[in-house]
Design a protein around this ligand. Structure first.
Ligand SMILES: NC(=O)c1ccc[n+]([C@@H]2O[C@H](COP(=O)([O-])OP(=O)(O)OC[C@H]3O[C@@H](n4cnc5c(N)ncnc54)[C@H](OP(=O)(O)O)[C@@H]3O)[C@@H](O)[C@H]2O)c1
Length: 314
C-alpha cells in the first residue's frame, strides 16, 4: 500500500435502504459506529447494533438518535442494541437465537467487530484472542445467519449481503512460514500454542484466515442468494491501536497523523462494498500477484469450507 493513501469518495448517490434491516457488529466505536451512522443516513429501517457492552451501546444509540443529520435524514429508523461478544461462541449463538426470535428478515450483515492485540491472550474457547474475535466467531455468525439472509433474499428477489471489515495486514504475514505442524496437530492448535510466533503477526494471521475463508466459501457457495465480501478501509484514525504498548503506539500514531483516513471515509468504503458493488466482489479482490492467500494453498485446505450448515472447527 502506498505511504499516502489514495483519496476516497462517498458512494454513489441514490442508495435507499428503506425497508431493510441491517446488523452491524462492533457498532460502538470507530468504523462500526460510522457504518451505522451512514446506514441510517441511507434510510435503513432497522439497525441492530450488535455490541459486547450493551450499556455503551445504549449510550451510542442515544447519541445517534439525537444526531441532527439522522433526525433530518431518517427520523423513523428503529435502532436496537443487542449483545454480541465475538470473544466467545456462546455469545454468538445467543445473539443468533435472540435475533431469530425477534426479527423475520436480515438484508445486510456488517461483520466489523475486531481487535489487534500485541499481548498473548486466549479466548474462552482456548483459541488465540485475535483469531477468535476477528475470524472464528465471524465464520460462526455468518453461517448461522445465512438461512435467514437466504430467506430474505428469496422474499425480496434480491441478494442479501454480508460484508466483513478486513485488513490488508493479511499481506504482511505468512502462514506457510509457521510450518511445520507437528504430526496430528491442527493449524488452530498450532497457532494457540506455538512458541516463537510473533504476537505482532496474529492480527495479520487472523485477517488472512478471513480472506482464505471467503476464497474457499466462494468456491462452494453460489452468490445468487447472498453476496459475501470484505473490504480493507486502509489505515483509519480509530481507537483500535490504543491498547498497543507505547513503543508501538508512537510510530503508529505518527503514521496515523500523517496518512490515516477518517472513520467517515472508512464508512464510505464499507458502504460501497456492502450496497454498491455486486457479485464481482464476492472474492477478496487485491493485486493478483500479491495475494499471499493464493500461495498458502495448504492452509486454504485447513480452513476450507467443508460444510455450510453445520458448524465445526477443523
Ligand atoms: N483502524 C484501522 O486502521 C483498521 C484498518 C483495517 C481494518 N480495521 C478493522 O476495522 C474493524 C473495526 O476496527 P476500528 O478501527 O473501528 O477499531 P475500534 O475503534 O477499536 O472499534 C472496534 C469495535 O469492535 C468492538 N469489539 C472489540 N472486541 C469485540 C468483541 N470481542 N465482541 C464484540 N465487539 C468487539 C469494539 O467494542 P467496544 O466499544 O466495546 O470496545 C468496537 O465497537 C476491525 O475489524 C479492524 O480489524 C481497522
Amino acid at each position: 500500500m502506498p505511504f499516502f493513501q489514495p483519496p476516497v469518495s462517498p458512494p454513489s448517490s441514490g442508495i435507499d435502504l428503506s425497508g431493510q434491516t441491517a446488523v452491524v457488529t462492533g457498532a460502538t466505536a470507530g468504523i462500526g459506529l460510522e457504518i451505522s451512522r451512514q446506514l441510517i443516513l441511507y434510510k435503513v429501517s432497522n439497525l441492530i447494533m450488535a455490541v459486547r457492552n450493551t450499556s455503551k451501546g445504549q449510550t451510542v444509540r442515544e447519541s445517534l438518535l439525537s444526531d441532527p443529520a439522522v433526525n433530518a435524514g431518517n427520523s423513523n429508523v428503529t435502532i436496537k442494541v443487542m449483545e454480541l461478544d465475538t470473544e466467545n461462541y456462546a455469545s454468538v449463538e445467543r445473539f443468533v437465537s435472540a435475533y431469530q426470535l425477534t426479527f423475520q428478515d436480515l438484508h445486510l450483515l456488517m461483520a466489523n467487530a475486531g481487535i489487534g492485540t500485541a499481548a498473548k491472550e486466549s479466548a474462552s474457547s482456548g483459541h488465540e484472542m485475535d483469531i477468535q474475535v476477528n475470524y472464528l466467531s465471524n465464520v460462526l455468525l455468518t453461517l448461522a445467519l445465512l438461512p435467514m439472509l437466504e430467506s430474505t433474499a428469496s422474499k425480496t428477489n434480491k441478494p442479501a449481503r454480508v460484508t466483513w471489515t478486513g485488513s490488508r495486514m493479511y499481506e504482511k504475514t505468512s502462514l506457510a512460514k509457521k510450518l511445520p505442524l507437528q504430526k496430528g496437530e491442527g493449524l488452530l492448535k498450532h497457532l494457540n500454542t506455538a512458541e516463537g510466533i510473533s504476537m505482532l503477526q496474529r492480527y495479520g494471521d487472523s485477517k488472512l484466515f478471513c480472506v482464505l475463508f471467503q476464497l474457499e466459501l466462494a468456491k462452494h457457495y453460489h452468490p445468487d442468494k447472498v453476496i459475501i465480501n470484505s473490504f480493507c478501509p486502509g489505515l483509519v484514525n480509530t481507537g483500535m491501536t490504543d491498547g498497543l504498548p507505547f513503543y508501538m503506539r508512537i510510530p503508529t500514531n505518527v503514521m496515523k497523523a500523517l496518512t490515516a483516513r477518517s472513520p467517515k471515509q472508512a464508512g464510505w468504503i464499507a458502504l460501497n462494498a456492502a450496497v454498491v458493488t455486486g457479485v464481482e466482489t464476492r472474492r477478496w479482490r487485491s493485486r493478483p500477484n500479491s495475494l499471499r492467500a493464493r500461495r498458502d494453498r495448504r492452509y486454504r485446505r485447513c480452513c476450507g469450507m467443508r460444510r455450510l450448515t453445520k458448524w465445526r472447527e477443523w
